[in-house]
Design a protein around this ligand. Structure first.
Ligand code: ADP
Ligand code: MG
Length: 412
């Protein structure tokens, strides 16, 4: 089906760049028509260090998606990540302006402005303002205040800040690849879009996106973002541990991790416990036998340590995550991580696969948790374009809901 809406998600990660092209199908599902992936160069811990190298990697991933789909990509919704992103909950109060004391768009803008007006470290900027809820004359939990009556409007907003240079250099790299940035979206927010249901966000849950060098955490509750944190570690640590512990090269360690890695010994079958794998020690040609149990002994303590670090942050945030923990990113493909995380978080935990009801077409290709961000970016773009495209002639209640949806997801 050809469509006027072209939704392109471009996930710029430290180890991989992924591109997903989607089109809406009649039932609102995103038909995936193009996918592309390339190894990424020129980033460190999610931050661009060489715009030239990143642009080249972007071109490779995008060209592949273009070839698969037969389409041209001119613009994309892109993820923003980086170890320095910081989230804070703020509130702002305004007096409702109109003579009838009926809340308007403008009142809401002012309330959000007032909540997010805060002194910033020089060189830093606000990159996202995510409304959580509104309080009208003391009545809390309001999500759609437009048209309501009241004198005092309070906005609770989750504000995320980041060094300006990180965003600017990311935009430069994308521009060098001849692509317009349609919108920048925080990485875990994008991953959440393709993995979580509205119910998950309502009941309270956590998305833990583990990449190669950074891990981001976003906690949802009452339908909105409640907490954001980024940790300067990722799945690369397992690779380094394996390289050091087994005296193998980094590429060999990566191979071992991908093919045989397991971070939960209790998952190993009796055959695996007795079995051995062949590895090539650093600088040698001949192989050596390694037991799976030893590999597990190397990886498991690290997995526990990393998950404990993330879990401490969720406890400190005093957030309800009874709805579960969803692990996304390439790091989530390590066998046993969900099981270990479940024990550490003491909450239901699973690998965050892209929700099958959100995508069609080439969905098999993007099913894995490492595709959650790219798919989420494309989904956000598609949903946004559909909202904008067909807003004429709808009821005002619908428009209010849509506007709020926009505001909730809006990146600034
Ligand atoms: N099959 C796999 N088994 C174990 N680890 C994997 C697998 N596939 C990818 N990874 C790891 O996931 C990390 C990359 O995840 P990704 O989400 O692509 O990262 P980034 O966002 O940093 O580009 C790497 O450290 C890689 O080794
Ligand atoms: Mg990533």
């Amino acid at each position: 089906m050809s469509s006027e809406i072209q939704a392109v998600g471009l996930d710029i990660g430290t180890s991989h760049i992924r591109c997903v092209i989607g089109e809406p199908s009649s039932d609102g599902v995103m038909n995936i028509v193009g996918v592309g992936e390339a190894e990424s160069k020129g980033l460190r811990r999610g931050v661009v260090t060489s715009t030239e190298a990143v642009a080249e990697s972007i071109r490779k991933a995008v060209s592949e998606a273009e070839r698969v789909s037969g389409l041209n990509v001119d613009y994309a919704t892109v993820n923003l990540s980086g170890e320095h992103l910081r989230g804070e909950n703020k509130n702002g109060v305004v007096a409702v302006a109109g003579p009838e004391k009926e809340i308007t768009d403008d009142d809401i803008e002012r309330a959000i402005d007032s909540a997010s007006a805060m002194p910033l470290t020089p060189g830093w900027e606000t990159v996202s303002r995510l409304p959580q809820e509104f309080i009208v004359d003391g009545q809390d939990g309001i999500t759609e205040p437009i048209g309501m009556n009241g004198a005092r409007l309070e906005a609770l907003v989750h504000v995320v800040t980041s060094p300006s240079a990180a965003r600017q250099n990311l935009e430069k790299a994308v521009a060098k690849a001849h692509i317009d940035v349609e919108r920048l979206i925080l990485e875990p927010l994008a991953a959440a879009e393709s993995v979580l249901t509205d119910d998950d966000k309502e009941y309270g849950c956590a998305v833990v996106n583990m990449g190669s060098e950074i891990t981001s955490l976003m906690i949802f509750g009452r339908g909105a973002v409640q907490h954001t944190a980024v940790f300067p570690f990722g799945s690369m640590l397992f690779t380094k541990d394996i390289a050091t512990g087994l005296r193998v090269s980094i590429p060999e360690a990566n191979k071992i991790k991908h093919h045989f890695g397991c971070v939960a010994k209790f998952l190993l079958t009796p055959d695996e416990l007795e079995g051995v794998i062949e590895i090539v020690p650093f600088g040698r040609n001949e192989t050596r036998d390694l037991s799976m149990e030893i590999l597990c002994d190397i990886m498991q303590p690290r997995a526990v340590e990393l998950m404990q670090h993330v879990a401490r942050e969720t406890s400190a945030a005093k957030a309800q995550i009874s709805g579960g923990v969803f692990l996304t990113g390439g790091g989530a493909t390590v066998r046993g991580l969900a099981e270990i995380a479940e024990q550490v978080f003491d909450a239901p935990t699973r690998v965050g696969f892209v929700d099958a009801s959100y995508v069609g077409g080439l969905s098999e290709e993007v099913h894995g948790p490492q595709w959650a961000t790219a798919c989420g970016l494309a989904l956000i773009s598609m949903r946004e374009q559909m909202r904008r495209g067909g807003s004429g002639g709808r009821s005002s209640a619908q428009r209010v809901a849509e506007w709020f949806g926009n505001i909730r997801g809006r990146f600034r």
